[in-house]
Design a protein around this ligand. Structure first.
Ligand code: SF4
Length: 143
């Protein structure tokens, strides 16, 4: 499972997941939720620590505000921003549609306005593709 997705889900269920000053994983929460997640979190411990070391996302950057204006919750917008930061930190060359000027629409109804170059169907509907890292011929960085 994607690390940010895993952390977002675990946090949404009530776990607090953070780093100690010694850069160790600190997991706090209700016992039943803790037991549900602890195995998976331990298995991915190194990746989670790396992910959490990335500079924390400010509560509301302009990017987050723009996504929230499209119906994305603040938590989801922060997760998307963090995913982009993590990708850039790891020098990943794929991109998300959320970085592209051709993305239009709103939460759960994202559309591509460069569908011919991107190889998307005529109506430009992106569905889950909007959330996946990809190499797209139509991509143009949002300034
Ligand atoms: S051009 Fe490509 S990256 Fe840009 S919105 Fe369309 S599918 Fe996404």
């Amino acid at each position: 499972m994607d690390i940010d997705l895993m952390l977002t889900q675990a946090k949404a269920e009530g776990l607090s997941i953070s780093l100690t000053p010694e850069q160790k994983l600190r997991i706090v929460g209700d016992k039943s939720i803790y037991q549900k997640w602890i195995g998976q979190l331990k298995n991915e411990r190194d990746s989670i620590v790396r992910f959490l070391k990335i500079e924390p996302t400010p509560l509301k950057t302009q990017f987050i505000i723009d996504l929230m204006n499209c119906g994305v919750s603040q938590v989801q917008a922060q997760a998307i921003e963090k995913k982009i930061k993590a990708k850039n930190e790891s020098r990943e060359d794929r991109t998300l549609c959320f970085e592209c000027k051709h993305l239009k629409g709103y939460w759960s109804a994202w559309r591509c306005q460069n569908q011919d170059k991107a190889g998307i169907g005529r109506d430009g509907s992106l569905g889950e593709l909007a959330y996946l890292l990809q190499r797209c011929d139509g991509f143009k960085k949002n300034e």
